[in-house]
Write a protein that binds this ligand. Structure first.
Ligand code: ARG
Length: 602
């Protein structure tokens, strides 16, 4: 049930639309003010009445309240609504059980397409920890939009164009060892690339040669293109392993080189529209009027630039996908680049420039300091994931030596910890990466969430009750007879309506057992999940989901201390076990969005 909508429907205010009332209704700031409040000052100008007068006359107009509201009170300029707790609990838990993995889903995006350009790694360069942000933020947004019914296109806009490939060819021809590269992959390529930069300093001839080889790639010379494709396949093979570990998927790998033959029409159009100026031999779009440096389109030697390729990309994507929005999950260092490129699209007269959105994020640094490919001190993301899993393994071995599947659990925890660390803060914030911080089981971390989930699971298992749901009968408990534990895990066991009594006694769940502050507070948080997903989408901010999951886990842990599940009598135990299962279900949904795996035991 949509409580805001239902409450708004009870309120009649002259001249105020239903939608205005819905927008004004907010969750109450404190429990003393009930559950939802209508701040009446918002209407006092239009109605020429004081907020207090409005609140009290509204209160008087509410004669018989529906079952879901316990009371309505006017206090100061507010009209406060207190819900009937048992009604709310029953309704919310039933919705969670009924919808399962679809709790939070919607079809608001039906018929709309969103392109998300994310990860967008560079060929023959390390996939390093600096790419963590774009990769996991982009992947989380991908899943958020999908859940809300959008058609989503995930694009890895590969950096596969530029003079560095000429350098790599020269380096490969001088020092490359094919079998070493096949064996050590990307790392062997990076080694020769680093060596090139060292030797180039004392031997400038190398730089010229590199330029020539790059031109050969551009001209389609067979040897040059063959080597380039070899480097590309080595890189992709390796990064795809990391994508599998992270659970990330792309619908397209069309990178910069794909747009090689798609820039000409854009350049012609810029010319036609009188936007192209020559400055010092280069072709630019002057943006001084907008307080920005010029957008470089062609260098004086005629070569295209990063911005030129991005412009071609935009028109290609619009034509191919007809997107409603195109997001770029790229570090804030590129703020200016995207402002310039989007401005050029606007100046070309395309209204859809406003659908191009740079979703900027902050930098990760390591405690040890800055990285650079040229110098060769890069921290590979795959190494970070391995190391986090290894450390998680040590922690888990100490905490639960007898645990089965320790290795799988440690990988889920280690990888989850790394993913979570890039999603917990507002995305624009810079972040210092530390293993100790991300693997703290008691902090605001991935392991804390997984631990809470495993705790819920172990309570569910020990409760000795199956919690079942069917549309006609609602949530029911069924005693598990000895040696007959048919079900655990979180899927509500859907029972058929005329099922024979194959196990123990069955009884309904009494929602009034879940109306104390700890249980009710937890249910209120569970109810918020669909709103949270929507807000994450509206703000392109996966941290709304991670924060929410932390709130949920903390509320569960408060509930679990206040309201013991296992020591309680049958009916009470069943109600609390049902709430515990609902928590697992919502946690699992949120985990899936952010890309961390639930573990049943840890
Ligand atoms: N490869 C670029 C980099 O590593 C990011 C590309 C972002 N996407 C784009 N369409 N410009 O900096």
């Amino acid at each position: 049930m949509d409580y805001i909508k239902e409450i708004a429907a009870l309120i009649r205010l002259d001249g105020a639309e239903d939608s205005e009332i819905q927008a004004a209704l907010t969750p109450a700031a404190e429990s003393a003010f009930g559950d939802y409040s209508l701040p009446c000052f918002k209407f006092s100008r239009a109605l020429r009445k004081s907020p207090a007068e409005i609140a009290s006359s509204l209160k008087n107009s509410l004669s018989d309240l529906p079952a879901f509201i316990e009371k309505a009170e006017a206090a100061g300029g507010y009209l406060n609504f207190t819900l009937d707790r048992a009604f709310f609990v029953k309704d919310t838990l039933e919705e969670i059980f009924e919808k399962g993995a679809d709790f939070g889903a919607s079809d608001e995006g039906r018929g709309k397409t969103v392109c998300i350009d994310f990860s967008s790694i560079n060929i023959a360069k390390p996939f390093h920890i600096g790419h963590l942000g774009t990769t996991v933020i982009g992947a989380a947004l991908y899943r958020v939009f999908k859940k809300l019914g959008y058609n989503v296109v995930g694009i890895n806009h590969l950096g596969d164009f530029g003079t560095q490939f000429g350098k790599l060819i020269v380096a490969y021809k001088l020092w490359g060892d094919k079998s070493d590269i096949e064996r050590r992959g990307l790392r062997a390529l990076v080694d020769i690339y680093v060596r090139f930069h060292k030797e180039e300093e004392s031997d400038p001839k190398l730089t010229d040669e590199a330029r020539e080889w790059f031109l050969k790639i551009e001209r389609g010379d067979a040897e040059a293109v063959g080597l380039f494709n070899f480097f590309k396949s080595i890189t992709l093979e390796e990064v795809k392993k990391t994508y599998v570990t992270l659970g990330v998927h792309f619908d397209s790998y069309a990178g910069e080189s794909f747009y090689n033959d798609k820039m000409r029409p854009v350049i012609d159009e810029l010319k036609e529209k009188n936007l192209l100026k020559i400055s010092g031999g280069a072709s630019i779009v002057d943006l001084s009027e907008y307080g920005m440096p010029p957008c470089l389109i062609l260098r004086s030697d005629g070569a295209s630039l990063y911005a030129t390729r991005d412009l071609a990309t935009i028109f290609y994507r619009k034509k191919t996908y007809n997107f409603d929005k195109c997001l770029y999950v790229v570090a804030y260092q590129q703020n200016l680049h995207f402002k310039q490129v989007f401005k050029v699209v606007e100046l070309m007269g395309y209204g859809f420039h406003k659908d191009l959105i740079h979703v900027a994020y902050g930098m990760v640094s390591l405690e040890e300091g800055a990285m650079s490919t040229r110098k060769g001190n890069m921290v590979y993301l795959s190494d970070v994931l391995d190391k986090a899993s290894e450390k998680a393994y040590n922690i888990i071995s100490e905490k639960s030596p007898g645990l089965k599947d320790k290795k799988e659990v440690a990988e889920a925890v280690g990888v989850g910890a790394v993913i979570f660390s890039a999603l917990i803060n507002n995305r624009i914030k810079d972040n210092v990466f530390s293993y100790e911080k991300i693997l703290n089981f008691d902090g605001e971390t991935g392991p804390y969430l997984q631990y809470t989930y495993a705790r819920c699971n172990s309570i569910s298992e020990k409760a000795g009750i199956d919690i079942c749901y069917s549309k006609n009968r609602g949530i029911e408990a069924r005693e598990i007879l000895e040696n007959n534990s048919e079900k655990s895990g979180i899927e509500a066991c859907k029972i058929s309506e005329n099922e024979s009594e194959k196990s123990g006694e069955k009884y309904g769940i009494e929602a009034s057992y879940l109306t104390d502050d700890a249980a009710y507070g937890l249910v209120k948080i569970l109810r918020r999940y669909p709103e949270v997903l929507k807000a994450a989408k509206d703000n392109y901010e996966p941290s709304y989901v991670t924060r929410y999951l932390i709130d949920t886990a903390q509320a569960f842990n408060r509930f679990y201390i206040a309201d013991r599940v296992l020591d309680a009598d049958k009916g009470l135990r069943a109600a609390r076990a049902a709430l515990t299962k609902s928590v697992m279900s919502v946690l699992k949904n949120g985990f899936e969005i952010i890309g961390i795996k639930p573990v049943d035991h840890m």
